[in-house]
Design a protein around this ligand. Structure first.
Ligand code: PHE
Length: 336
């Protein structure tokens, strides 16, 4: 009968902790089978004692080993599933993010102007009429207000989403004395139909330079420096234009010419491309902002980051910039 039990022990298997414990008690417990057979030892005839002892001990060894094996297997399984898992497994790699193309280009622009002494100023996206329009020489009923289709906040005509970051320059002039050299990057809003070329919000960098004896030649030289730094060897031209806050005003075109053609293949026809507006700050604006127009003069300029990003990175549709499609965003790796 002991041999029968040994076979039974050898065939036993379980992954249930309670079943294993019950098994242990049945064979190795105080009132278990091993002790039961062992206490029988004295009744066994002498000539059988050796054989009997061997068998009983075998039962003990086999049962002990079985219990240990099953418990160890159970322990290993727990570790695999445990909260720490297998600590020797290689870690999951963390995906490194990429900068948004708008940020890349914005940082490039900031970097270029910081090298010639411009700091960075920012202001609120929700503006009042004064900072977005009136101080900029656009009094109420001025027809040029229609140039920028404005989003108003609820029904209050005094509160709106800024249509340009010129509003930040007004705030800067109100709070700082010349000399002033500042650029204002930020998001702006216009109620325009959304298409591949335009959106109802976009990003600008506007610049302002105020000091004694600032001339139009300073403006042109500054812009030439900027476009050369951003686009590489480049030609610019200034076309006369109109803005209420500058006089004279101009539109800046950059030549997508032979020198840059190989770099920027998206430009089907090479030629002049408009990239910004600029001009000499209207004396009325200086006065509105508390700066003496007899003593100081200055220039201002403003450009759209989004369109420049389209040019530089050969992006075909401006809407891609705000759709957060990682397949698009992942393509931009940059040190900036
Ligand atoms: N504020 C103008 C715009 O948003 C750009 C501009 C800035 C033009 C400064 C001239 C001078 O279109």
């Amino acid at each position: 009968t002991i041999k029968k039990h040994i076979t039974e022990v050898e065939n036993f298997s379980s992954t249930d902790i309670e079943a294993i414990e019950a098994f242990r008690i049945k064979y190795l417990g105080k009132k278990g089978l091993f002790n039961h057979f062992f206490s029988d030892f004295k009744n066994v005839p002498n000539e059988q004692k050796k054989e009997f002892g061997k068998t009983v001990n075998l039962l003990k060894t086999v049962a002990t080993e079985k219990v240990n094996d099953l418990k160890e297997a159970l322990e290993n399984k727990k570790e695999e599933k445990g909260i720490y898992g297998d600590l020797t497994r290689p870690g999951e790699p963390l995906g490194l993010g990429t900068r948004h193309p708008i940020s890349i280009v914005k940082n490039q622009i900031i970097d270029i102007f910081s090298r010639i002494g411009f700091n960075v100023s920012e202001g609120p996206e929700i503006e009042d009429d004064w900072h977005n329009f009136t101080a900029l020489n656009l009094p109420e009923y001025h027809p040029a207000r229609d140039m920028q289709d404005t989003f108003f906040i609820q029904t209050d005509p005094d509160i709106l989403l800024r249509t340009h970051t010129s509003s930040v320059q007004v705030r800067y002039m109100e709070n700082n004395k010349p000399p002033i050299r500042t650029i204002s990057p930020g998001r702006v809003y216009r109620n325009e139909a959304i298409s591949a070329r335009s959106h109802c919000f976009f990003h600008q960098v506007e610049g302002l330079y105020i000091d004694k004896d600032v001339s139009f030649a300073d403006l042109k030289q500054t812009l030439q420096f900027f476009t050369t730094e951003l686009f590489g060897k480049s030609k610019i031209r200034l076309r006369p234009s109109y803005f209420p806050f500058t006089e004279p005003s101009a539109e800046v075109d950059v030549y997508w010419g032979l020198e840059t053609e190989t770099d920027y293949k998206m430009t089907k026809g090479t030629g002049w491309l408009e990239i910004m507006g600029c001009g000499m700050v209207d004396p009325n604006v200086l006065t509105n902002c508390g700066i003496d127009a007899n003593e100081y003069s200055g220039f201002a300029f403003g450009m759209g980051i989004d369109r420049i990003a389209l040019l530089l990175h050969q992006i075909s549709d401006i809407r891609l910039l705000s759709e957060n499609d990682v397949r698009f965003l992942e393509q931009f790796k940059s040190a900036f």
